[in-house]
Ligand binder design. Sequence first.
Ligand code: PRX
Length: 635
Amino acid sequence: MSNYHIKHLEEYYKVYRKSVREPENFWEEIAEEHFVWRKRWNKVLSWDFKTPEVKWYEGAQLNITENCIDRHLFTKGNKTAILFEPNDPSEEAEHISYRQLYERVNQFANVLKAKGIGKGDRVCIYLPMIPELAISVLACARIGAIHSVVFAGFSATALSTRINDSDCKMVITSDGSFRGAKTIDLKGIVDEALEDCASVESVLVAKRIQSDVSMKEGRDQWLQPLLDDASKECAPEIMDSEDPLFILYTSGSTGMPKGMVHTTGGYMVYTAYTFKNVFNYKQDDIYWCTADIGWITGHSYIVYGPLANGATTVMFEGVPSHPDYGRFWEVVEKHKVTQFYTAPTAIRALAKEKLEYVDRYDLSSLKVLGSVGEPINEEAWHWYNDNVGKKQSPIVDTWWQTETGGIMLSPIPYVTPTIPTYATLPLPGIQPALMDENGNEIDGKQVDGRLCIKFPWPSMARTIWGNHQRYKETYFSAFEDMYFTGDGALRDTVGYYRITGRVDDVIIVSGHNLGTAPIEDVINEHPAVAESAIVGFPHDVKGNALYGYVTLKETGEGRMHDNLRKEINQIITEHIGPIAKLDKIQFTSGLPKTRSGKIMRRILRKIASNDTSNLGDTSTLLNPEVVQEIMENVK
Ligand code: PRX
């Protein structure tokens, strides 16, 4: 039986049951039939969630770029692999065929090698959404170097923290980037970051905005001349299935960002398999995911998943609002996009604008619409369904995480009946469980609890770079023998899942994960600040926005507060990035605390959300007068 492409609901249930009953056979058949391996595995799976240790396809050897590029050359050499749509609509789109991709990745790989990069070395990629980003990712994979892509909206401090955490030997960047009407000086940010990064030996710089940048002698080099001189052939490094493929940082609820480590074989199999099914991918489709490759969505569903299927994947450099709010739909029409995958925050922002921006374009090529990154509210779902999909294209609400590597819960289009706000059913191989606060699994239907996964899947992160203990504590300690997602969910009467949101101190703003503690740490560095607490509150475009309660060392009035608000957002921008800026800042004389000194965030959340009719149990509250004061002075 071919399990690979599920076509109707009965088949889904059959395949799903098999994936639970015989997981090893299930994943073995898929790996065998659909990929190129240099050496077969000795064992499909070994695992222990206590240690925790998970290995897929142990003993197997492969190179993921052979699967994403080389094997398509015979049949699809001239097919477009990457379709680059620039920020400026008047600049021509670039069609990079599989043959050209092969040559450009090899040239890049040879440049990396000539610069002394080899298997296992970490390379930080800090690039905008230009072809060099995907090509450099694949070039690293070609030679077995571990890429660590940092989203090019992060600040110099955030960049240097990530470079240092994994001792990157090289940084790949560009002179700058275009974002709508703005340009950003990326090289300047890299220079600032590298003042504190001893491990970096070289910097390769792509030209994008043709700006004047300073090049440090002996460290920095322009990329293009090196590529021009490099050979178009580079033998792939043969990797073990469990060799690391990449590190990708995600915010935690405390301290340092977590460098999630993904390995090679299982990640390839799972991203390819889910891409095929979740997007109902067929040859000749033009697939577009609007995410940035700086996030996991871009890694798995712009680069690896689509290319492993020989698909055409669109890379978009721009933003949805430039030159106007019709930009997405213009691109859909222009390239006859068949699958369109975006985030609820983008949908909400576009839904606020005139419908004319959508109606102006022919969207009849669309077959599947996707949503990712945060819960999609009912209103946004209907707007997407009615105006973009014209009620003809199923919406796949895909739930997953940086840590899961691939989509976990999602409808299969034209197979699973959808309901707004429900991520619906687990994909084959995924065994979700809802847990209560006492650590018991909640059986049955129409229940809610903490979402866990009780069996390994091939693309799960294997560790946190340099900190296996943190990996264990964060994901495998809350519930015994379970991977804990940090999300709450409910399961309805037909077994569909609906994600209700984070149950930890992570807040999702415009689809980006932000830990509260790292932001508070930054604010507390301001000389005037004694203490702070950040909570989320509902926002009609961003999903959640940040509300900061800040206690000053000495209280001042009026204008000084306005200046301080600006300064606080300024240091957040410098240390983390503009995405972590606070929408509201309230100065308070203290923060509500329990007798043991813990901040009662639950109360602060309620106040920020304007939901103060019932503050819940306040029996452990040490300072009720502070709560009163905060409520009276709400921003
Ligand atoms: O809370 C869930 C939310 O995003 C978190 C993962 O964020 P990140 O690692 O940045 O990965 C985002 C892209 C995969 C989850 O723990 N989330 C993601 N997708 C959904 C979602 N919440 C509700 N519905 C979704 N479809």
